[in-house]
Design a protein around this ligand. Structure first.
Ligand SMILES: Nc1ncnc2c1ncn2[C@@H]1O[C@H](COP(=O)(O)OP(=O)(O)OP(=O)(O)O)[C@@H](O)[C@H]1O
Ligand SMILES: [Mg+2]
Length: 209
C-alpha cells in the first residue's frame, strides 16, 4: 500500500453541497393561495398567551383557506430538539433550528406562527436574520402577576419554590422587545380581541391584492 492509500478520504464540506432548486417557486405557491408566506414570531413570558392566540388564529385562518401552521416551542423540544437542554448555547441552537424550520415552511408557502418565549434581544435578532424574508416579531405581553396567576403549566409555582432554575420572569430576565412589529396586550384585552388583532395584522401584511 502507498502512503496516499493509507490517508483517510477527506470528509465532505459545505463546498460539496449543491441545493437542487424546485421548479415551483415560493412566488408561484403564494400566487396560488392568494397570500404571501412568512413567519410571525410570537415572543413573550410563559403564560402570556402566545399558544392560545396562535392556535385560535391558525384555526380561523385555516377555515378561511389560508395555508397556516403553528410551530410551537414545546413541540419542537419534544421532537427535533429533544437533545437540547437549557444552557445558553442550547437555547441558541433551539432557536437556530426553529428559525430554519420556520424558514422551510415559509418557502413551502406557509404562514408560520412561531411561539417561543425567546427572552433575549440576541436570540430574536438571530432568528430574524435566519428567516429574513417576511419576518414579523409580535410581542404577546402580559403582566408578570397575570402570568403567575394563570400559570397554565404549573411552571411558575415550580420556579417560585426553587424547583426550576433560570425561569424567565422569575430567575431570568425577559428583555422587552424594542423592535416588535405588533404588540398584543393580553392583560388589558380579551382573547377574541387579541385574536382579531393578530388576524388583522396578518391580513394587512400577507394578503395579495
Ligand atoms: N387575552 C388573552 N389572550 C390569550 N390568553 C389568555 C388571555 N386571557 C387569559 N388567557 C389565558 O392565559 C393562558 C395563556 O397560556 P398559553 O399556554 O397560551 O401561554 P404561552 O405564552 O404559550 O406560554 P408558554 O411560553 O409557557 O408556552 C391561557 O390559560 C389562556 O386561557
Ligand atoms: Mg405556549
Amino acid at each position: 500500500m502507498t502512503d496516499v492509500q493509507q490517508q483517510p478520504a477527506p470528509v465532505m464540506s459545505q463546498a460539496d453541497i449543491f441545493p437542487h432548486h424546485s421548479h415551483v417557486t415560493r412566488d408561484m405557491r403564494n400566487q396560488q393561495v392568494g397570500h404571501r408566506s412568512g413567519v410571525i414570531w410570537l415572543t413573550g413570558l410563559s403564560g402570556a398567551g402566545k399558544s392560545t392566540i396562535a392556535t385560535q388564529v391558525e384555526l380561523e385562518l385555516f377555515r378561511e383557506g389560508f395555508l397556516v401552521s403553528v410551530l410551537d416551542g414545546d413541540t419542537m423540544r419534544s421532537g427535533l430538539n429533544c437533545d437540547l437542554d437549557f444552557t445558553r448555547q442550547a437555547r441558541m441552537e433551539n432557536l437556530r433550528r426553529a428559525g430554519e424550520v420556520a424558514s422551510l415552511f415559509a418557502m413551502m408557502g406557509y404562514i408560520v406562527l412561531a411561539t417561543f418565549i425567546s427572552p433575549h434581544h440576541e436570540g430574536r435578532r438571530f432568528v430574524r436574520n435566519i428567516v429574513r424574508k417576511n419576518f414579523h416579531l409580535v410581542h404577546v405581553r402580559a403582566s408578570l402577576e397575570d402570568c403567575i396567576q394563570r400559570d397554565p403549566k404549573g411552571l411558575y409555582q415550580k420556579a417560585l419554590s426553587g424547583d426550576i432554575a433560570n425561569f424567565t420572569g422569575i430567575s431570568q430576565a425577559y428583555e422587552e422587545p424594542q423592535d416588535a412589529e405588533l404588540k398584543i396586550d393580553t392583560t388589558s384585552h380579551t382573547l377574541p380581541l387579541c385574536t382579531a388583532q393578530l388576524k388583522n395584522f396578518i391580513k394587512d401584511n400577507f394578503l395579495l391584492t
